[in-house]
Ligand binder design. Sequence first.
Ligand code: CAA
Length: 284
Amino acid sequence: MEIKNAVIIGAGTMGNGICHIFAQHGYTTTMVDIRKEALEKALSVISNNMDRQVKKGILTEDEKIAALARIKTSTELTKAVKQADIVIEAATEQIDIKKELFRQIDTHAPAHAILASNTSSISITTLGAVTQRPEKVIGMHFMNPVPVMKLVEVIRGYMTDNETTKAIMDLSIALNKVPVEVNDYPGFVSNRILMPMINEAIEALFQGVAGVEEIDQVMKLGMAHPMGPLQLADFIGLDVCLFILKVLYDGFGRDKYAPCPLLVNMVEAGELGAKSGRGFYDWS
Ligand code: CAA
């Protein structure tokens, strides 16, 4: 199937990054959010991030202008999805909100449209089950920052068919990403491996094994990670890390996924990392 029109739901960090790369690679792209101000802010973030690409020679100034011209915005989801070939949901990680969005998108999008979610840990099978087209529901999990990171984790729900999976693998390549196909189990592959590492780093801090910077230095310099696990946790958001660990803990019922009490306390205290100005580091 040919994909021309993409609709992205959510203008947050992931939503604007996904919108950025679709527009950059020639797709007519509509970004949807209930808040007009969020859409305006997202457009300016995209423009600034494209400027970084212009400086690096990835885009010319003319290509940037053309890419920005391909982006439309809307606060009306039901109208925006009417012409969609693909809808990518990148809304907040709350299952009831996502289920309701999938119900609405399914009702208003054309029958041929693929419905993808950028969720980091919510079951694709559960989202597919609220629609009349579970075979066309799939996970398209981008990594932050979307314009920079090469991976798309493509998650097949229990009902996702081969045609949909192939279309999303091909689409990811057309977006100059590297897709990896995985099945729909808690945390998929990325967060099943990443989150226990982050949780263990927090546990080591909690037990006084070493300080924040020392733990991060060991992993950065010793394992060639671009960021240490505590800095990465701040970058992802401590609330998001806690949420994903709970999904792993509930899904597998194994103690090794139990969130460290320090992480729980920090989230309760509103220390959520970069977005709140404070986490393991001071971001203000
Ligand atoms: N758009 C476009 N370009 C961007 C960008 C953006 N949003 N963010 C950074 N860049 C570019 C910069 O312009 C810069 O280019 P040059 O190298 O030519 O100067 C380059 O990327 C590196 O950026 P910085 O110089 O600002 O900083 P850095 O070298 O420290 O790299 C980083 C920043 C790319 C974020 C790097 O630290 C990194 O790779 N960190 C790990 C990121 C990671 O693990 N992401 C996955 C998180 S998990 C997730 O997303 C999924 C989940 O489910 C939780």
